[in-house]
Design a protein around this ligand. Structure first.
Ligand SMILES: NC(=O)c1ccc[n+]([C@@H]2O[C@H](COP(=O)([O-])OP(=O)(O)OC[C@H]3O[C@@H](n4cnc5c(N)ncnc54)[C@H](O)[C@@H]3O)[C@@H](O)[C@H]2O)c1
Length: 262
């Protein structure tokens, strides 16, 4: 087995489900010790599954949008593992996808707090450790919704565009420190967040149409994001910095187009 994350201590948020759980398992397979963080108590199952299969993980229930809780998960990583090498700030919410005119200020505040402020807090509380040691990899989950329209509500899309902006801005604020920061922009991935879309389509018998508008002609699996996450967290991505990397089957590569009849 490839051990590109051997001796790396990695924090992964949103680790109870979907992309976060798949990335945690893969990171452990690639040799990392993983601190799995999530609001949901299912995060303990993720760590248990990793430990049962011979990896090393610990788990912590925490709200990634709460500053004291963020400081708490960073301190836990240092206490338990002795050092942090990387963080994947992945936890997020879909925001409910309400039509624009139905969105309230409270909806906006919740989506921005969970999806965007949480990323800022992850940066704020890991950077002092990373700059002191002279290395570290920060990774965030944005979305194709950060790049183009039609992949989420206006609050969700703006919250993810904010994540891309944090990545670009912070990369330069970390100029010359040896610390890298990047984001992944997933396309449509089958996870807890998108379950309603899949359930609805399966209920209508139209699930064969999901993901057909990208040139890879299918939706993605959480492990396909996890593979990119582990690469970007590893030293193999040593010259990748300040980037928002789409992993979307090619969806964001196109101008508007007409679905082919072939
Ligand atoms: N699934 C997709 O198609 C897709 C596409 C683009 C981006 N994303 C992004 O991927 C990330 C992971 O989502 P997913 O698709 O795996 O969904 P998911 O619902 O399966 O997992 C998200 C996890 O985040 C956790 N979480 C939510 N709010 C939290 C909080 N305040 N504190 C701690 N944990 C919290 C949830 O409990 C859940 O376990 C999100 O940032 C999401 O916006 C997903």
């Amino acid at each position: 087995m490839d051990v590109m994350l051997k001796n790396k201590n990695i924090i992964i948020t949103g680790a109870a489900s979907g992309i976060g759980r798949a990335s945690s398992k893969l990171a452990a397979d690639f040799g990392a010790q993983v601190l799995c963080v999530d609001l949901s108590d299912a995060v303990h199952d993720t760590a248990a599954q990793i430990n049962e299969s011979g990896g090393r993980a610990i788990s912590l229930q925490a709200d990634v949008s709460d500053e004291a809780a963020v400081k708490g998960y960073v301190d836990t990583c240092i206490c338990e593992f002795g050092r942090i090498d990387g963080i994947y700030a992945n936890a997020g919410i879909g925001g409910g996808g309400k039509p624009m005119l139905e969105l309230t200020v409270e909806d906006w505040q919740r989506t921005l707090t969970v999806n965007t402020v949480s990323v800022f807090l992850a940066v704020k509380h890991t950077v002092p450790h990373f700059t002191q040691q002279g290395f570290g990899s920060i990774l965030c989950t944005a979305s194709v919704a950060a790049l183009r329209a039609n992949a989420g509500g206006v609050d969700y899309s703006a919250s993810k565009a904010g994540v891309v902006s944090i990545v670009q801005t912070v990369a330069y604020q970390l100029y010359g420190t040896g610390v890298r920061i990047n984001a992944i922009c997933p396309g449509l991935i089958e996870t807890g967040m998108t379950k309603p879309i899949f359930d609805r389509a399966r209920g209508k018998g139209s699930d064969d149409r999901i993901g057909q508008i990208n040139p890879t002609k299918r939706y993605g699996q959480p492990q396909e994001i996890g593979q990119m996450a582990c690469f970007l967290l590893s030293d193999r991505a040593s010259y990748v910095n300040g980037q928002a990397v789409p992993v979307d089957g090619g969806l964001s590569a196109s101008h508007p187009w007409v679905f082919p009849k072939v």
